[in-house]
Every structure is written in C-alpha cells, then in structure tokens.
Design a protein around this ligand. Structure first.
Ligand code: SAH
Length: 266
C-alpha cells in the first residue's frame, strides 16, 4: 500500500528531506538523568487551547495553518482526515523560537535550539499517517524536540510517551505541552534506545532522529502487529515502516529523508 502511496508522489516530493544540523550537544545524556526522571505525568485527553478566540493572532495562524495543510500536506497525497484536521488546528508557531514565529508554517524544518530542529510539516504528516492511528493507542515517540510531533499525536491517540535525550529540550517541551493543555503526553529525559519498558508494549513507536540501524530493543517494545516509523541511515537515510510480526518484523521503505542522528550515549 505504501509503495503505491509513494508512486503517487512526484519525484520532487520523494526527495523532500529534513535538513537538520548535525551538532548534537550532550548536556543531558542519561548520566545527568540517571533513571530517566519523568518531567510530567499527564492525564488522559488533550484539553489544549488551540483556538482561544478570534483575535488577530488566531486569525493569522488559522490562515497560515490552513494554507500549510492545503499546499504542503493535502496536495502531496496525505489522506487521513484526522491527521489533516489536527495539523490544521495545532498552533505550530507556539513550538518555535520567537524569532521564527513568522516562518512557523513554512515548508521546511526550523531550528529550535541546541542544534536541533522541528520537522518539516509534511514529514510530520506522513510519519503520523503511516501509524494509521484510530484513537485508543499507546504511542512512544523518541526525540521530543519542541514537542510539536507529540502535540499532534496527543490529539490522535490515548497516551503519548515521549523521550528526549537533551535536558533543556525535554524541560522546555514538557513545560510547553503542559501550558498548552496537551495533558496526555508524558515526557522524560533519557536515552531513547532503551525505550520505556514500564509502559511497553506500545501500539506504535515513532522515532524522530535517525539511528544507523533499526533499534532492536524498540522493536521488542512493540505490540504484535504494532507499527514503527523510523528514519534509518547515516548520511543517506530512508524513512521505514516496520510492522511487528510473529516471526520478527516486516520492513517497507517509504521515502528518502534527512534527520539528525539518534545519539548513542558513550
Ligand atoms: N519530534 C521533534 C523533532 C525532533 S529533532 C519535534 O516535533 O520538534 C530530534 C530530537 O531527537 C532532538 O531533540 C534530539 O535531541 C533527540 N534525540 C537524539 N538522539 C536521541 C536519543 N538517543 N534518545 C532520545 N532523543 C534523542
């Protein structure tokens, strides 16, 4: 199915990549967070304030988000109505630094500090669509970053667990998600390669940094028939859809991508 999905895209879209910085500071390697301290324990159901009134500000971002969805998401073949609706209704500008607010809905990744980036909207959309979410899932995200992908997931699943290796990003994303009312996201600062055994198995796992190989420990934490979306590779990376089976897993190559590396703590 996803192979067809690919063929429908013009070449240019297949080569839409996330160009991310490769500088990864190590200020919050697991050493500084020995047992993966949980920053936020949230309740079910996001109660976020996505559109508090019709002031100038909300008119502005609603228009920007609609344009983003039409020009970058729907036109490139994303079909899942729930994904489309959530992307249209989530204030992406609240997940980027103040200096980049005007560019928040543009067709590319943006720097969010610590040499990291918030993914391009189309990449967020296709990765989310590939999970085929129904609403009752328990999902694990690796690479919280700004918290934007987690905010998108929180509106489509039961609970989103998210792991970020950099302390400053984990803290700021956690505070932001809490402030905006995404109450079913739980963030911890830790090494994502370990997964989150206390909450495993997961219906889905989404990895938003690139490991060089498929992380076996994370495949183990998937439920049977569970889906994992992961960019794999060093410089040249492919977005893979992994589906867990009785005998192991199946692997489907979706599109070439470019993510920051998934850091392996020393
Ligand atoms: N999903 C994010 C973007 C992620 S950028 C968003 O919506 O904004 C990739 C993130 O993965 C970075 O924040 C980086 O610090 C984090 N990361 C890299 N290696 C990691 C690891 N081993 N465990 C957890 N997070 C990691």
């Amino acid at each position: 199915m996803k192979a067809n999905h690919l063929i429908r895209f013009p070449m240019i879209h297949q080569f839409m990549m996330i160009f991310l910085s490769v500088f990864i500071p190590t200020s919050c390697q697991p050493g500084s967070s020995p047992n993966g301290q949980i920053l936020e324990t949230n309740k079910k159901n996001a109660t976020h304030m996505i559109n508090p009134g019709q002031n100038e500000d909300s008119l502005w971002w609603n228009k920007e988000a609609r344009k983003m969805v039409n020009q970058q998401i729907v036109s490139r073949g994303i079909k899942d109505k729930r994904v489309i609706s959530v992307l249209r209704n989530t204030p992406r500008h609240l997940f980027v630094p103040k200096s980049l607010i005007k560019a928040a809905y543009s067709d590319g990744p943006l720097l969010i500090g610590e040499g990291q980036t918030i993914s391009q909207p189309y990449i967020v959309a296709i990765m989310t669509e590939l999970l085929e979410l129904k609403g009752d899932e328990k999902v694990l995200e690796i690479g919280t970053g700004s918290g934007y992908q987690a905010a998108i997931l929180s509106q489509l699943v039961d609970t989103c667990y998210s792991i970020e290796i950099l302390r400053t990003l984990a803290d700021s994303a956690s505070a932001r998600l809490k402030r905006l009312g995404f109450n079913n996201v739980v963030v911890k600062c830790d090494d994502g390669y370990k997964g989150w055994i206390e909450h495993a198995p997961f219906d889905c796992i989404i990895i938003t940094a690139a490991p060089e190989e498929i992380p076996q420990k994370l495949v183990e934490q998937l439920k049977m028939n569970g889906r994992m979306v992961v960019p794999v590779g060093k410089y040249y990376q492919d977005l893979l859809l992994i589906t867990k089976t009785e005998t192991g897993y199946t692997k489907e190559i979706i599109i070439p991508v470019r993510f920051v590396p998934m850091v392996k703590p020393a």
